[in-house]
Design a protein around this ligand. Structure first.
Ligand SMILES: [Zn+2]
Length: 311
């Protein structure tokens, strides 16, 4: 049962029909979408809960603890368990409506039903919308009852109803406009230990860095987007510390770590135990981090041991 009975921004516009008893069905909240097929507020004998005139007005006719009338009852009254919303517009023209204000206002209202009445941001298939009691998109009572989210008049009352409103709704556009749940907060290092780590995860976002003077690609910029485990990053940080760089061995690949890698460039060549530690040379670096026999000069290969010295 709805705890919010009236939309706070809607103009109350009751009709003679004050609402039918709300059944709730199986408790799957639904936003049942209609188009009025008019250019203004109809003089309803069978009102919905709300009418939206996008960019113009929002009305409410029936409180949310009562059922609305916009779907005709027929043999089985399928609609004492859906919030029914009429949007001023024509089913045939719905795919062509401009994003502003038609779709933005519709998205705002769907979001409100999600936030206040628990309607999931899920959409029935609006790609095929045809007229007729046995139109392919039309569902039976049980299927409609089981669905939770946004569906159209065209989806309900198989064998009973024939309306095809609201037509081919641009669901893709609506989904873009609706607030999707944000990414979860970054996990702690312990939780993340064996998960891939993206450059910049943790304390700082990924950034574009410039190779320092002395580097073979000095002046060029890079942004690393490869994925590594925190344990790998920690191993590299340990090597950097051994080489005298001031970095934490926290396994978080921050800009500071990247800069240390770029600056710890003790030299190269067959006679040196040092290596150019390029910002984008992670793969051999990580292989080297896992031990092996010593080697010198050139690119690292699997099994090599890295010995760093400060420049
Ligand atoms: Zn309708």
């Amino acid at each position: 049962m709805a705890t919010v009975l009236w939309h706070p921004d809607a103009i109350k516009r009751p009709y003679k029909a004050k609402g039918k008893p709300w059944s709730g069905g199986s408790g799957n909240p639904k936003f049942l979408f209609h188009t009025t097929e008019t250019t203004g507020l109809p003089n309803y004998s069978a009102p919905p809960h709300m009418t939206l005139h996008p960019g113009v007005k929002l009305w409410q006719h029936i409180p949310f603890n009562m059922a609305a009338y916009s779907v005709r009852s027929g043999k089985v009254d399928t609609m004492t368990f859906a919030y029914q919303i009429e949007v001023i517009g024509r089913a045939r023209e719905v795919p062509m409506y401009r994003a502003v204000p038609w779709y933005t206002e519709v998205a705002k209202l769907i979001q409100w039903f999600h936030d206040n009445l628990g309607v999931p941001i899920e959409f029935e298939d609006f790609s095929v919308m045809k007229y007729g009691q046995l139109a392919p998109q039309r569902r039976n009572y049980a299927t409609v009852d089981a669905f939770s989210g946004v569906l159209g008049h065209a989806h309900v009352g198989r064998g009973i109803d024939s309306h095809w409103d609201p037509g081919r709704l641009n669901v893709e556009l609506l989904e873009e406009m609706l607030n999707k749940p944000g990414p979860p907060p970054p996990p702690t290092l312990e939780e993340e230990e064996m998960l891939p780590l993206k450059y910049g995860d943790g304390m700082e976002d990924g950034q574009t860095l410039t190779y320092p003077p002395g580097h073979p690609e000095a002046g060029a910029q890079f942004t690393t987007s490869r994925f590594y485990k925190r344990s790998d990053v920690r191993a590299v940080q340990g090597m950097l510390r051994d080489a005298g760089a001031s970095v934490n061995t926290d396994g978080v690949y921050t800009v500071k770590t990247a800069e240390a890698i770029m600056f710890v460039t003790p030299g190269s060549g067959a006679d040196s135990n040092g290596f150019w530690f390029h910002g984008n040379d992670w793969a051999p670096t990580l292989k080297a981090a896992y031990g092996g026999s010593g080697s010198g000069g050139g690119d690292l290969s699997f099994g090599d041991t890295v010995k760093l010295t400060q420049p």
